[in-house]
Design a protein around this ligand. Structure first.
Ligand code: SF4
Length: 384
């Protein structure tokens, strides 16, 4: 165990509903629903499950008008502080704003809709919506979906691309006189999360940070990855709200909140984990699932992948398992082997190249073959 004092945080305070984030406020632990947003009963139940576990903010994904209608009813039935996650369709902000306390948009997805409009105009519109509907905003950049112009500007330095993309959006908002926003910079590798957030905090120390290790995967590895990142950052006074993303069945989703609370408590008490060998062998990353998951068999598939690949634990190979076609294709690009789920089939990729589409049962057989081939190739036995 290392011991380190927690540094004071120096960001401004942003109000999300009645929850203060940043400045001297307690670190808010938040979580996200994995239920189908259109299933109102199941989603209200999960919002309450997370709220009762101590989630200060509960996020819901909304992708279309049917889900906006469901959100209205979820809002009516719950007292939780709600955030909404917009993906490709930023225009939904105006429809969800009246029903939530914070809207997250991804700068890497802004170009998908209304290509004739500038990013500046789109951000100005989002700021107007946030002002009119009394919402906070989150600029949520993600390693798997970086805005193309920043990737071009910083070739070979993806971390700088996400840091500068976030900083650019901060500048746009501040030019518009809007300060009610937080920023997140997520990656699936804890070291990159630490580096990206540290660089950003050095350049924009006043902006509150939402910390997350995306696709951390299943416990216990997902917990260790989150701890490795959050401990370093929080101990240095970086991070104002956190979300632990774990691949868990719905009935255990509240564990994300409990793990987050434990990390915050441990850092405050100077308790840190020591995991010197972690990350040297097989690395399975998997998304925490959300309402976009294409088939409910996803969580079970992720667990089966873990069981099937245990024999390869010593090999430094990354396998990514993603729940949907929205983020799955991009987030599996950098993995040695990537799986992303469709409604009835799973897409398998080897180092970014498509291997094929397989049923949920068959994909495990093919995955084993591909993994064997990769190991043999690395051992120099087979020319693949
Ligand atoms: S990969 Fe898809 S299903 Fe998984 S958390 Fe991301 S958006 Fe949701």
């Amino acid at each position: 165990m290392a011991n380190a004092a927690q540094s004071p945080r120096t960001t401004r305070t942003v109000r999300i509903g009645s929850v203060p984030v940043g400045g001297g406020a307690a670190i808010a632990v938040q979580s996200m629903c994995a239920t189908k947003t259109r299933d109102i009963d199941a989603t209200v139940q999960q919002v309450e499950q997370l709220r009762c576990a101590g989630a200060a903010i509960v996020r819901i994904a909304v992708d279309n008008d049917l889900e906006v209608e469901a959100l209205k009813e979820i809002r009516r039935q719950s007292t939780a502080t709600l955030a909404v996650d917009l993906q490709e369709n930023y225009r939904l902000a105006v429809k969800v704003g009246p029903y939530v306390d914070k809207i997250r948009y991804n700068p890497g997805h802004l170009h998908h809709v209304e290509r004739h409009k500038s990013v500046r105009d789109k951000v100005a519109w989002l700021v107007d919506v946030a002002r009119d509907t009394d919402c906070a905003l989150r600029i949520g950049v993600n390693c798997g979906s970086v805005a193309p112009e920043f990737l071009e500007r910083f070739p070979g330095d993806q971390l700088e691309a996400i840091v500068q993309s976030a900083a650019y959006h901060c500048d746009l908002m501040e030019e518009l006189g809007f300060e009610r926003f937080v920023v997140s910079l997520k990656d699936s590798e804890p070291a990159k999360v630490v580096e990206a957030n540290s660089r950003f905090a050095a350049t924009r120390p006043q902006v509150p940070l939402h910390l997350g290790v995306t696709e951390a995967g299943m416990p216990p590895d997902g917990i260790i990855k989150s701890r490795l990142a959050f401990e370093k950052l929080l101990a240095n006074g970086i991070g104002d709200t956190i979300r632990v993303s774990l691949t868990l069945p719905n009935e255990r989703k509240h564990e994300e909140v409990e793990v987050g609370q434990q990390i915050v408590e441990d850092v405050a008490a100077g308790r840190f984990i020591s995991a010197p060998d972690f990350g040297k062998g097989l690395n399975i990353i998997s998304c925490p699932s959300c309402s976009r998951v294409e088939n409910e068999a996803f969580v079970e598939l992720a667990q089966q992948v873990r069981e099937l690949t245990r024999y390869a634990a010593q090999h430094r190979i990354t396998i990514a398992v993603m729940g949907c076609r929205v983020n799955g294709p991009g987030e599996t690009d950098d993995a040695d082997l990537g799986l992303w789920c469709g409604p009835s089939t799973v897409n398998l990729k080897r180092r970014g190249e498509k291997v094929g589409n397989f049923s949920y049962e068959q994909v495990l057989v093919r995955l084993r073959q591909e993994l064997d081939a990769l190991i043999a190739q690395r051992d120099g036995h087979v020319a693949a």
